[in-house]
Design a protein around this ligand. Structure first.
Ligand code: NAI
Length: 305
């Protein structure tokens, strides 16, 4: 047992499986008392909810000598989301860290994406991250300490096909995190994002027919969810006291600090612009700095290290 989170109470959403489960296990191993939240749904958010995934993680933490309590609430509605934080207070008397990890996918090419596909994904990722964070913020404000870790994705930071809902939610989460970091800095509260790459059920549907596909999947399977957990535990710990408002991409043994938007290039004309001078002068000058329409996998085009 380590001591990086000794005395802290941490709530991890979507912690019944995948990355969240590894975060909950490592946080407990590092001395945190953990609220293991998971409503136990299908990857698209449909189907019967199940207490089993969260309860199994709690049982495992207890078997290892740690402290944990299960929560089966959905992050996607304000009342149940607030209940996740209430569970921490009721069981352990405080809350020190919130990990907004719960997630679903409903991928569709844009013109076929239904309103429901869009709304459900926004509800779980963006609204859920807000609801849970907002419920914890009051406690963080009062005790003048606390750390948030939110989950974003290179589908939002860079781009991907068929994920307008997920990309909008995930890029929205980076702005939510930055806003919390700015607003709560005065209360010694930190907020950061992690953009993970990990083999989980979320990406476990890649076809494996050809030898090349099989090799690619075998390589992907080495990016285990457990590789993400140490970064999250560090960000929750007091050792990260100077780290806030940042976005870290984590893939196997790589940790990357991601850029945030700044002007790339500017043009001006003393007399102002017309459509003609924009076409003749501004666009050619700016075009040299345009971003190509790349997807995440085209930017992260080297094998996980
Ligand atoms: P996963 O599907 O294995 O785990 C997500 C968990 O969230 C599931 O156990 C599910 O039951 C739970 N969940 C879903 N809706 C919920 C709700 N309303 N309330 C409470 N729990 C809910 O997925 P994975 O891969 O572990 O993803 C974790 C996070 O990392 C997600 O936010 C995902 O978007 C993000 N991410 C994952 C990547 C990857 O490569 N696996 C890539 C980029 C981002």
């Amino acid at each position: 047992m380590g001591t990086a989170l000794a005395g802290k109470v941490v709530a991890v959403t979507g912690a019944g499986r995948g990355i969240g489960r590894e975060i909950a296990l490592l946080a407990a191993q590092e001395g945190a008392k953990v609220v293991v939240n998971d409503l136990g749904g299908a990857v698209d958010g449909e189907g019967g909810a199940s207490a089993a995934p969260a309860q199994e993680v709690v049982d495992e933490i207890k078997r290892n000598g740690g402290a944990a309590v299960a929560s089966f609430d959905s992050v996607a509605e304000p009342g149940p989301a607030a209940n996740i934080i209430k569970t921490a207070i009721d069981a352990f008397g405080r809350i020190d860290g919130v990990v907004n990890n719960a997630g679903i996918l409903r991928d569709r090419i844009f013109h076929r994406m239904s309103v429901v596909d869009f709304e459900l994904v926004l509800k779980v990722h963006l609204f859920g991250s807000f609801y849970v964070s907002h419920a914890a913020a009051r406690h963080f404000r009062e005790q003048e300490s606390g750390a948030f870790v939110h989950f974003t994705s290179t589908s939002g930071l860079v781009g991907n096909y068929g994920q307008a809902n997920y990309a909008a939610a995930k890029l929205g989460i980076t702005a939510l995190s930055k806003s919390i970091a700015l607003d709560m800095q005065r209360f010694n509260v930190r907020s950061n994002c992690v953009s993970p790459f990990a083999w989980s059920r979320m990406i476990g549907t890649i076809p494996t027919e050809t030898e090349a596909e099989k090799r690619r999947v075998a390589r992907s399977q080495t990016m285990t969810p457990a590789k993400i957990a140490p970064v999250v535990v560090f960000l929750l710990s007091d050792a990260a006291k100077d780290v806030t408002g940042q976005i870290f991409a984590v893939r196997k043994n790589e940790i990357m600090l991601m850029g945030q938007s700044r002007p790339l290039r500017a043009v001006h004309r003393g007399e102002g612009w017309t459509q003609e001078t924009i076409a003749e002068h501004a666009m050619p000058a700016l075009k040299a700095s345009f971003y190509p329409l790349l997807r995440s996998q085209e930017v992260f085009n080297w094998d996980p290290v």
